[in-house]
Unconditional design. Structure first.
Length: 662
């Protein structure tokens, strides 16, 4: 048995907070590490001790092995938990922990090395008799060779980074003419994310389910599986919704997949928590995809249907204990669904978003769990992953879990940064999801590359105007010497009214409020009249009666000009245009190309004087671990280039100027 009295978490965000919670429940002292960008982050505030490890870029901090080992020594930690992402699947890091006499809470560096390389892992799985997708995982990485192998396999194919995961370095190619470019992009993205350009090519299984098996192994020879998770709802190969169990699973299929996953773990002498991912086709045939040698983001849904704390299992196994339960003891009860709340703008192609979090809250209710790394007043950094929280719900069956999750999301508010809360609500309401029929093609087929809600209704604008008017009244009353409540909204004339002006798309919408006798307002907007009255209000929620229907809203106001408002299926940011100072600069023309987010400019693919067409790639920007192609919105001639490769850009920074030509 090994002693673990102080645990350093080599990670950040919600997973660091998650590990801290379990460690403390076991009486283990916790150490957080942080970059300069995370000095005030939630995981730093929740740990017993916090230690700085470097500047904001991950290479200088969360990927800095020497700095993390030094932090462990300085804080007298005897174990390190890597979380997921960052160094969690880095064999060198695992070996460095072992060399420093630290307990690494994960598998051996040898197992990480084999399974962390998709090419080696696939070769090992073929040898172990685990079903695999046909493909190429050879050592010859010449672009011509990769193109030839892809054509031999037959379109469509998946071009995938051999190292790492999370959708980086991955491209679906169905046109042979696009192979070379896709391979070059994947190699570049893989090198930047994982330090390796090696790729594998696999036959693309059309519209499969993505089903993964949770495995666990101890040092006493026991290997078990804890059911499966369906992670089919993905965008750009990154999971958005996960659930357990899989809606189409049968006991026979679960046993077959579980046995294959256990065999995969045994093939590399695995110890600890791991996940074996499979593609499941329409004929219920399954194929090995990869093994993640760490805890998964979506592990809570397994915890919710098994009743086990998987982080606790990790710590116990690392101490040398026998698994808390063997295969015959593991029972699956009920259903659980998890959604990932991202700071991103669904209307702008789901581009990552950054900025201050004015208010964040999720209701505490039965069957609902929230894992998060942020709180109101924090900031979403441009340097790290865009996921800010996981919201989960469990129930006796799938429909109970779905309804609980919908209710929790409807009462969730994330104000200050664009986010996918409304998109997640829409996903959970789709008939295909309700029927349990979603495959990996679900988001692409249903939503394409973006999601944009319809324009706010006059009813919603009326509600927002009444709330903002009430806040303004309260602020004015606080600054007044003495104003009776009875005088609010009172005038000796009968024609008292108040106007608010909100921009909706390209249009300005004037909302007129007219106080009515006995309280409340008649509100005119978009040619409609609404009767609105206040029922109840507290610091962050308000209940209004609109046209006789009572509805609860979550709200916060920024600078007394912008009202953030969340109803049961929509988030709005309403800025009263009348309160804004006049703009001195003219609006940017369509030929002005600005950085859509904070990131590193990897390349500029045009020169001054070049003729460009609408949709042509102009540059590549790396942000939040993904590479984004910046394309021309207009045709014309490049007149100015204001940024150079290697430069860090902020959102809205000028990149180049195109002189429009018809």
């Amino acid at each position: 048995m090994r002693t673990i009295s102080t645990l350093l978490i080599a990670n950040r965000g919600e997973i660091a907070c998650r590990v801290i919670r379990t460690a403390k429940s076991l009486g283990i002292r916790t150490v957080a590490v942080y970059s300069t960008a995370d000095a005030g982050a939630l995981h730093v505030r929740e740990a017993d001790v916090a230690w700085p490890i470097g500047d904001a870029p991950v290479a200088a901090s969360y990927l800095n092995i020497d700095a993390i080992i030094e932090a462990a020594k300085a804080t007298h930690a005897d174990a390190i938990h890597p979380g997921y992402g960052f160094l969690s699947e880095n064999a060198t890091f695992g070996a460095a922990c072992e060399a420093a006499g630290l307990v690494f809470i994960g598998p051996s560096s040898q197992a990480i090395e084999v399974m962390g390389d998709k090419a080696r892992a696939k070769r090992a799985m073929i040898d172990a008799g685990v079903p695999c997708v046909p493909g190429y995982q050879g050592e010859d990485q010449d672009v011509d060779t990769l193109c030839a192998e892809a054509k031999r396999i037959g379109m469509p194919v998946m071009v995938k980074a051999a190292a790492g995961g999370g959708g980086r370095g991955m491209r679906l190619v169905d046109d042979p003419a696009q192979l070379t470019r896709a391979i070059e992009l994947a190699q570049s993205e893989a090198e930047n994310a994982f330090g390796s350009r090696e790729l594998i090519i696999e036959k693309a299984i059309v519209e499969p389910r993505h089903v993964e098996i949770q495995v666990f192994a101890d040092t006493h020879g026991h290997v078990v599986y804890l059911g499966e998770r369906d992670c089919s709802i993905q965008r750009r190969h990154q999971k958005v919704v996960e659930e357990a169990p899989c809606p189409v699973m049968t006991p026979e299929l679960r046993a077959a997949m579980g046995e294959a996953a256990v065999n995969a773990a045994k093939a590399v002498n695995y110890v600890g928590a791991g996940t074996v991912e499979f593609l499941l086709d329409a004929n219920r045939e399954f194929y090995f995809l990869e093994m993640n040698t760490r805890l998964q983001v979506e592990h809570p849904v397994t915890e919710l249907i098994t009743g086990f704390d998987l982080v606790e299992w990790q710590i116990r196994v690392a101490r040398g204990e026998v698994l808390p339960a063997l295969q015959q003891d593991i029972k699956l009860e009920g259903h659980a669904i998890e959604v990932r709340l991202y700071a991103e703008d669904p209307a702008q192609g789901f581009l990552p978003a950054t900025g201050p979090v004015h208010y964040f809250a999720v209701p505490e209710s039965a069957g609902v769990r929230v894992d998060t790394g942020i709180a109101s007043g924090d900031e979403v950094s441009p340097y790290y992953d865009a996921m800010v929280a996981k919201i989960m719900a469990a129930g006796a069956n799938r429909e109970d879990a779905r309804n609980r999750l919908l209710l929790a999301l409807s009462e969730t508010a994330l104000f200050g940064v664009a986010n996918n809360r409304d998109f997640l609500i829409d996903v959970l309401k789709q008939p295909t999801f309700i029927a349990g029929e979603a495959t990996t093609a679900f988001i692409g087929d249903l939503y394409g590359d973006s999601f944009e809600r319809s324009a706010p209704t006059s009813r919603e604008l009326a509600a927002g105007a009444v709330i903002q008017h009430g806040l303004a009244q309260a602020n004015h009353q606080l600054s007044a010497v003495s104003v009776s409540d009875e005088l609010l909204d009172w005038c000796s004339s009968d024609d008292l009214f108040f106007d608010r002006c909100y921009r909706v798309g390209e249009d300005e919408q004037v909302v007129r409020l007219k106080p009515i006798a006995g309280g409340g307002y008649e509100v005119a907007c978009q040619g409609n009249w609404h009767s609105v009255s206040l029922v109840e209000v507290d610091d962050a929620t308000v209940t209004l009666e609109v046209d006789g229907l009572s509805e609860r809203f979550v709200f916060t106001e920024v600078d007394q000009t912008t009202l953030w408002l969340a109803s049961n299926n929509r988030t709005l940011a309403l800025t009263d245009e009348m309160l804004l100072p006049p703009e001195s600069a003219e609006a940017a023309a369509g030929g002005t190309v600005m950085a859509p987010m904070h990131g590193l400019l990897l390349s500029v693919d045009v020169s001054v004087g070049d003729r460009v067409e609408q949709g042509q790639r102009l540059a590549v920007l790396e942000a939040m671990k993904m590479q984004h192609e910046i394309k021309a919105s207009v045709a014309g001639v490049v007149g100015e280039i204001a940024a150079a490769p290697g430069q860090q850009l902020g959102a809205g920074d000028l990149m180049l100027q195109i002189e429009e030509q018809s």
